[in-house]
Design a protein around this ligand. Structure first.
Ligand SMILES: [Zn+2]
Length: 398
């Protein structure tokens, strides 16, 4: 990335907003970022293993690398959506803030691991020298993005952060994640007066850490659309199946939507309209959190869900519509996965175009065409809908 401080650039943008396609619904998106997060070095190896068995001449970077975030920053600075962006500098979280979501012993373990020079937390998840400072920046930056909304300084914030967080549970790191950035921000919202928060997670993987954190709560509606990947070991015991519905008074407020591989734009659109919109309409949140991972794209090395820019744009519009209708437009967007270094940035641009309700695409899809066959996905979505309506009390309330 260039060396300009994003916070400095924001002043120029704010003082001279010249949107190319003005819309009556236009808001600025307040992007929270700190380039210190680029220092989390996940290394090289055979894909995300961190190992080199010696069979390959060319080892690639770990998929969760800083290049992906550099491109997300640059496309928001130099892409056509840039006039709608206001930049804010992120900050590290305090340990006391982490304890609103995470267990003390787990935080102690991470602090100790950092002091001793690093630790493999679980498969593919490397706390290397410097990583802990980046994790603290990701958590604190996301909290700042939420605080900006809660304080009434803006309606839409986007936490552009790494390492990601939605797999991190109260007492367990998982899937490249150490601290649950979104979960911390949801708890902050609840602690500062929000009564109901709806979290919609479109990363291709189950947002198991966020789900686990609010599993007993009826104040948080957690909806995750993901690949049907199941549990992947001791760090990720949750399965993401439709019957993981929450517990106690939280029963029914954890809605999992495991989608078939290759679901695509039309299938995701159908799932949003048939499952996500009705659930949010019934829940009536006072703030929404959109957890994004562009690893649900058609070209991601970690996912098989086949969304393209059109699909992401559509999801962004739908979520903005819900936020406008129920939450006075209050929407926090939190960055998670997305590992194709080019396409993740382009898909981010499309999501934000959708959130801004820009009438026509500002940026064309560089990979353009991906064939879709949504017939099977629609059958699966219909069966999930049938199950949820018959099982979840609040969805049946008039
Ligand atoms: Zn993911």
């Amino acid at each position: 990335m260039d060396s300009a401080n994003p916070a400095e650039q924001s002043e120029t943008i704010l003082s001279n907003p010249t949107p190319s396609s003005p819309s009556t619904k236009t808001e600025l998106i307040h992007v929270f970022f700190h380039e210190g997060m680029l220092n989390h070095d996940t290394g090289k190896g055979v894909f995300d293993t961190g190992m080199d068995p010696g069979f390959l001449d060319v080892l690639e970077k770990h998929p969760e690398n800083s290049d992906r975030i550099k491109n997300m920053v640059s496309i928001l600075k130099r892409g056509p959506v840039s006039p709608f962006i206001s930049w804010h500098l992120g900050r590290p979280a305090q340990i006391s803030e982490l304890l609103t979501f995470h267990a003390q012993e787990y935080i102690n373990e991470l602090v100790e691991a950092d002091r001793e020079g690093g630790k493999i937390i679980c498969a593919g998840t490397f706390l290397n020298p410097g990583s802990w400072d980046c994790a603290l920046l990701a958590a604190g930056t996301t909290l700042s993005a939420m605080k900006h909304i809660i304080d009434g300084c803006g309606k839409i914030s986007y936490a552009l952060v790494r390492p990601p967080g939605h797999h991190a549970q109260s007492n367990q790191g998982d899937g490249y994640c150490f601290l649950n950035n979104a979960g911390l921000s949801v708890q902050y919202a609840l602690n500062t007066g929000c009564r109901k928060v709806a979290v919609i997670d479109i990363d291709v993987h189950y947002g198991n850490g966020t789900a686990e954190g609010f599993y007993d709560s009826d104040e948080v509606l957690a909806i995750s659309l993901h690949m049907n990947h199941g549990s992947w070991g001791p760090s990720h015991p949750q399965c993401g199946t439709i019957d993981e519905l929450g517990a106690g008074k939280g029963f029914g407020y954890n809605l999992n939507i495991p989608l078939p591989n290759g679901t695509g734009d039309r299938g995701y659109g159908y799932a949003m309209r048939q499952l996500v919109v009705p659930a949010v309409e019934k829940f009536k949140p006072d703030i929404m959190v959109l957890v994004i991972g562009q690893d649900s794209s058609a070209f991601d090395p970690n996912g098989r869900q086949c969304l393209t820019m059109d699909g992401y744009r559509d999801i962004g519009q739908t979520i903005r519509g819900l936020a406008d209708k129920h939450c006075h437009g209050r929407l926090l967007i939190v960055q998670e996965g997305g590992y194709h270094v080019t396409y993740s940035a382009y898909c981010l641009h499309a999501i934000l175009e959708g959130v801004l309700i820009i009438p026509a695409p500002l940026l064309s899809d560089p990979i353009a065409y991906y064939p879709e066959d949504e017939a099977f996905s629609i059958k699966v979505i219909e069966s999930i809908k049938h199950y949820q309506i018959n099982t979840v009390p609040f969805l049946r309330e008039v």
